[in-house]
Write a protein that binds this ligand. Sequence first.
Ligand code: NAD
Ligand code: LMR
Length: 339
Amino acid sequence: ATTASPSPCVSTHLLSRAYYSTGYPERKVAILGAAGGIGQPLSLLMKLNPFVSSLSLYDIANTPGVAADVSHINSPAQVTGYVGEEQLGKALEGSDLVIIPAGVPRKPGMTRDDLFNINAGIVKSLCVAIAKYCPNALVNMISNPVNSTVPIAAEVFKKAGTRDERKLFGVTTLDVIRAKTFYAGKAKVPVADIDVPVIGGHAGITILPLFSQAAPKANLPDDDIMALTKRTQDGGTEVVEAKAGKGSATLSMAYAGAVFADACIKGLNGVPAIVECSFVESSVTELPFFASQVKLGKDGVEQVFGLGPLSEFEKQGLENLKPELKASIQKGIKFANQN
Ligand code: NAD
Ligand code: LMR
């Protein structure tokens, strides 16, 4: 049942007390990797989300402390910490949404693909458990390399007989957030007003911001657009280098993860017109997975939007990204079926 309808604005009202509302269905959210660099601030932000009634924090270590800490915040969500594989089933049971920031982050000099050897196995085993304990949950994949971990998850769900292409999402919201921030700086427009779609995937040149579709329009010169595109593509590396061996983006990622999770829950709750970019199963291009704008509804993806008109620079960027994205997708599919 739905009663009071919240403001349609997703990102700026996460923490607003006025935004708390009742009458929405109970929603259980599980975070796998909840004690990590992303997991902890994401747990905090999900505890503040008024639509979450139960927050399940799972990791291989340290979750009791994180759960005890977060649980003292006076918001409605009931928090439980689970630690170790034997508690994974309980952590997942009844979940409407599972967010996965489990796995190792980059160090300077590494690509996201260099994380494949460790993170592919972690993601695979977590997805086997999701298929068993909460097969109907939406899954928000944060663990890198997203271009491969999402196909791994899809294959695991296919093998388990639970695959539903509407319910699996690679989280690319951080690319959108970066594109908005960098564009606002250059275009001298208020950052809160900006929209920029980001398509493709989530690594290097596979990240393709569509500044030609940015709103409000700023008519920036071509060399500014090229520089903004490159900065958005290299945004993750910028943080990895600044952290100098102490990991990758955690705080901005937790924010991005919370924005995307909030959009997913709103979609589940029947809030209309919820649109975000995400790396999903797609027929928008010839690639089986692709990030573009998607409409979120009661069963997850309700509509995958096409790319709209692209500039010549963006058309070239789209062709340039396809071979790398295709190889990363194939690598994930092969891993899931070999091991
Ligand atoms: P981190 O090392 O700080 O935290 C990872 C957590 O995962 C740790 O607490 C660890 O114990 C846990 N973990 C490891 N194996 C696990 C398992 N089998 N089950 C449950 N938990 C497990 O790393 P981080 O900085 O939080 O980054 C996590 C991942 O997110 C990395 O792969 C990173 O590249 C990725 N990331 C993605 C984006 C994106 O935009 N999609 C942005 C930033 C980081
Ligand atoms: C990011 O974009 O910040 C993440 O994918 C982490 C990374 O390795 O860059």
